[in-house]
Design a protein around this ligand. Structure first.
Ligand code: DGL
Length: 277
């Protein structure tokens, strides 16, 4: 595991299954790209962790993962991590790092009512990064945010194939619609990568006019653009594609069901549990 890879290798990182929405998009856009996935299950949910703990954890973990796995590019497929640690990671690591931030700019471009909603983790919801995105890219819109303590865990369950209660999903969304001006929301951005796997539930609710914005495909495209530049350099590695790998930092809940779904995403049976110090 300590040798240099023979072809481009993307390291996709999240606290759990959230980044797999980006993996899905990568599979479609670049089926032969080799992917290592690292889920920091030991500290899930990130949205409920204090910022100082999280920032230290993410920078150390990604630094160690890069030293062991030798990725060509790192994709921080987690809003909670990106909005806190992206600049620190870019300062310390000498390889392309693509992040994932709430789709406020996109929402500002498409909203007609100029009232936009954002679903995110509690941590992302309170970040100055979010306030800045709003100010820079959608200042003429009212931004209503719901920082949820529950949706990421619900998404983990949905990914494993468990049936969720529509009432519970509905109750979470009402946290947006019941805010002042909430009845005018026409666009809702997913500010947490986990929520990709709740989209079927969101779309089944009686909210036909809402535009749902999931940035996962755009993150995958951005990574491929960066990777394209990198691969075209004279030191580009050869094209023998090694196997994809999946790593957790702690054994996840219900891992048998999880394994089944990971295989559907093209990961080989059997994942590894890496302990990072
Ligand atoms: N998937 C992560 C995000 O995009 C966070 C989920 C969590 O661990 O709370 O923010």
């Amino acid at each position: 595991m300590s040798t240099q890879p023979q072809s481009p290798r993307a390291l996709v990182f999240d606290s759990g299954i959230g980044g797999l929405g980006v993996v899905q998009a990568l599979r479609t856009l670049a089926p032969s790209l080799t992917i290592d996935y690292l889920a920091d299950t030991a500290l899930f949910p990130y949205g409920e962790q204090p910022d100082d703990v999280l920032k230290k954890r993410i920078t150390e973990l990604i630094g160690q993962a890069c030293a062991i796995l030798h990725p060509t590019i790192v994709i921080i497929a987690c809003n909670t991590a990106s909005t806190l640690a992206l600049s620190a990671l870019r300062e310390t690591l000498a390889l392309p790092i693509v992040g994932c931030v709430p789709p406020i700019r996109w929402a500002g471009r498409v909203s007609t009512t100029r009232v936009i909603g954002l679903l995110a983790t509690s941590a992302t919801a309170r970040r100055p990064y979010l306030t800045q995105l709003h100010k820079d890219f959608a200042a003429d819109c009212t931004l209503l945010v719901h920082g949820s303590r529950n949706l990421a865990e619900m998404a983990e369950q949905a990914f494993r194939g468990e049936q969720l209660s529509s009432e519970n999903i509905h109750a979470e969304l009402e946290q947006l619609f019941q805010q002042d001006q909430g009845q005018h929301i026409d666009t809702i951005g997913l500010g947490c990568t986990h929520y990709t796997f709740l989209m079927p539930y969101f779309q089944r609710l009686d909210k036909a006019d809402i535009m749902w914005l999931d940035p996962a495909p755009a993150v995958a495209q951005q990574a491929l653009r960066q990777l394209g530049n990198y691969v075209e350099t004279p030191t580009a590695p050869s094209l023998t594609a090694p196997a994809d790998r999946f790593f957790f930092t702690a054994i996840p809940a219900e891992h048998e069901n999880l394994n089944k779904h990971l295989r559907w995403l093209g990961f080989p049976a059997g994942w590894q549990c890496l302990s990072f110090s």
